[in-house]
Design a protein around this ligand. Structure first.
Ligand code: XIL
Length: 346
């Protein structure tokens, strides 16, 4: 007899189609429906090459999620490969896919640092005046192209340094423009699409710690200056979470009047994981989602991928992987079931 889990996966993949209309109605409720009832968006970072190569991936994406991020294809390297050329063939398919499936788009990202910037930008020795022009023009052009179609933008990504005293990371932007570059970026994005939610996005600031304090101070000072920063993104590439500390940290950010987004959640494990590790991982996913749902300002929860078949973790954290809620065969892991259960709480 087919287990509930296998049945659920077949339904996710659309293989049972109309067979389950009444008998499986409850099982068939997608994460995005459950999330909508709880007032949050749920989504993932994705790559168009993956949904083109693997239709099951596109089917799960469209069925289960209502927001997507382009994992790499809206970054400078992809979208602005030469100084005077933008490549919309990189980015348009995400906006088209989202619109075809009633999903929103998080644009990611308008201002980042080496080694993720194109070489032409990093290595041309641009002056202050050049860089102000380049950053303003990039943001104006990219945000302007998708005005009204990309609901939110990660405007500045990872500006805070990892090392104490957690000032600004040393980048072409901070070195050449000074701290004002963040204000410039947010103001340019707001001018290009006044309706978009503008996000400051970073990692390592989810639970209380010195880096979280630095992110808080940065966002607080921008808000105090009237800079249009509307939300804080917590990436959450994590191995564990102190849920109480996370909740307290979210609460203080919420008092700044910003929305809170979980933007890139994954929970990496040493590979290969055993059943206990997967169970524990499920509980971490559950705690993150529960904490978000208990905080009214927390409006979005996105993972950095869907299935362990496609994840950045093994390449960037050798010896680790299995970080996402579906396994490499698109079978639900305890993490997937935990997400479903938490979202289904009345
Ligand atoms: C990562 C992608 O997943 C990789 O494919 C790429 O090689 C490097 O970038 N924080 C971010 C994301 O904001 O853009 C990063 O994505 C992961 C960490």
């Amino acid at each position: 007899m087919m287990s509930d889990l296998n049945l659920h996966v077949l339904m996710m993949l659309g293989l049972l189609g109309g067979l389950c209309v009444s008998a499986c109605a409850e099982n068939a409720v997608a994460l995005r429906e459950l999330a909508a009832r709880r007032g949050v968006l749920i989504g993932a970072a994705v790559g168009k090459h993956i949904w083109r190569a693997n239709p099951a991936y596109g089917a799960v994406l469209a069925r289960e999620f209502n927001i997507l991020t382009a994992e790499n294809d809206m970054k400078w390297r992809a979208i602005h490969p030469e100084r005077d050329r933008f490549d919309w063939s990189a980015s348009d398919p995400y906006v088209d896919f989202a619109e075809a499936h009633g999903m929103q788009v998080r644009g990611h990202t308008l201002c980042w640092h080496a080694p993720f910037n194109p070489t032409w930008l990093e290595e041309s020795g641009f002056t202050r005046v050049d860089l102000i022009g380049l950053l303003s023009n990039h943001i104006d052009t990219v945000v302007g192209r998708y005005r009204g179609r990309v609901a939110m933008w990660d405007v500045v990504n990872e500006a805070v340094a990892d090392e104490a005293p957690h000032g600004l990371r040393s980048t072409i932007w901070s070195q050449t423009l000074g701290p004002d570059y963040l204000d410039l970026a947010f103001r340019a994005a707001h001018a290009a699409d006044p309706g978009a939610t503008l996000v400051y996005n970073d990692y390592g600031g989810e639970a209380e710690c010195a880096k979280a304090d630095a992110i808080y101070a940065l966002v607080a000072s921008m808000r105090a200056r009237g800079v249009p920063v509307h939300a804080v993104g917590f990436q959450m590439h994590i191995v564990d979470i102190d849920a109480e500390s996370f909740a307290r940290n979210l609460a203080r950010f919420a008092k700044l009047g910003v929305d809170l987004h979980i933007t890139e959640l994954d929970v990496r494990l040493p590979t290969p994981p055993d059943g206990e590790a997967l169970r524990r991982q499920g509980e971490i996913y559950r705690k993150v989602l529960r904490t978000c749902l208990l905080q009214p300002a927390c409006r979005v929860i996105q993972m950095w991928g869907i299935s362990d078949a496609y994840s950045w973790i093994p390449a960037y954290f050798p010896g680790h992987g299995a970080a996402l809620p579906l396994d490499a065969d698109f079978q639900p892991k305890p993490a997937w079931l935990a997400l479903r259960e938490e979202l289904a709480v009345q």
